[in-house]
Design a protein around this ligand. Structure first.
Ligand code: IP8
Length: 250
């Protein structure tokens, strides 16, 4: 059972301050993942390690070589923290940096060398990816969000469980989480859907939903849930729906 899990940067870092990891949360998240570590591809958000430097250098709108290097090294640092926490929790894992294995075209993944990820899974190693900067065939360089990575990987591996953990209880409509949402319903609730707290250059909740609705169109359902609530990550990994379920229109 292939599971693709994303943990948002808002859980792992304080998104309002640069380089502000939430170390206790990183440890807690790692311990929860360690309960069901098999066949999991983990993607984490960039949090303040990515969104703040990206914004500072004008990415993705401005092509800035230094900005690309600095932003990538910052998110790679956060990834290293996550990998270390997972290792301490007993999970065999390896970092996979999207900048080095995929190419974008107009901001969308055009090619992605997935073989190492598949090989890791076959050999009991959890690949750990993250939102990153990436080279782009039409725009020189851009940003690939963890949400886009989740959708691409879930489609490519035909995942059984797809879960995006954020710091809210799901897709909030007038402050309350919807139990389910489809593409048709999106237009009804769109204007009332919350954005993201802190600095965010990749589209917040709306960006997540659009990625996951594309996936639902292909028959792969997913969920957006609150990864800040203890126990939710373990439940999501078991395939239990916590939060909002993203479904295909019937
Ligand atoms: O936090 C953004 O990834 P996300 C990546 O998953 C960068 O949206 C570099 C800002």
């Amino acid at each position: 059972m292939i599971r693709v899990l994303k943990i948002g940067g808002s859980i792992l870092t304080d998104k309002s301050r640069e380089f502000a990891p939430r170390e206790e949360e990183i440890t807690r998240v790692a311990k929860e993942i360690a309960i069901h570590p098999d066949d999991v591809v983990l993607v984490h958000g960039a949090g303040s390690f990515g969104h703040i430097p990206a914004k500072k250098y004008g990415l993705p709108h401005v092509f800035n070589r230094q900005g690309l290097r600095v932003t990538h090294s910052c998110v790679a640092r956060l990834c290293e923290m996550v990998v270390l926490a997972l290792s301490h929790a007993g999970v065999d894992c390896l970092p996979v940096h999207p900048l080095s294995c995929l190419h974008l075209r107009g901001g969308r993944i055009d090619s992605f060398f997935m073989d190492p990820i598949e090989e890791m899974l076959k050999n009991g190693i959890m690949p750990v990816l993250h939102g990153d900067v990436a080279m782009d065939a039409t725009g020189k360089a851009a940003i690939v969000s963890g949400d886009q990575l989740v959708a691409y990987i879930a489609k490519s591996l035909q995942a059984d469980v797809v879960a995006i953990g954020s710091n809210v209880d799901g897709v909030l409509f007038s402050g309350r989480p919807l139990s389910r949402i489809t593409r048709k319903e999106l237009s009804r609730v769109e204007s009332a859907i919350g954005g993201s707290e802190g600095v965010d250059v990749t589209g917040g909740m709306r960006g997540k939903l659009l990625e996951l609705l594309d996936l639902a169109d292909l028959g792969i359902e997913s969920m957006i849930f609150n990864a800040g609530i203890k126990g939710n990550i373990t439940r999501a990994l078991k395939g239990e729906y916590v939060g909002t379920r993203i479904e295909r229109d019937k």
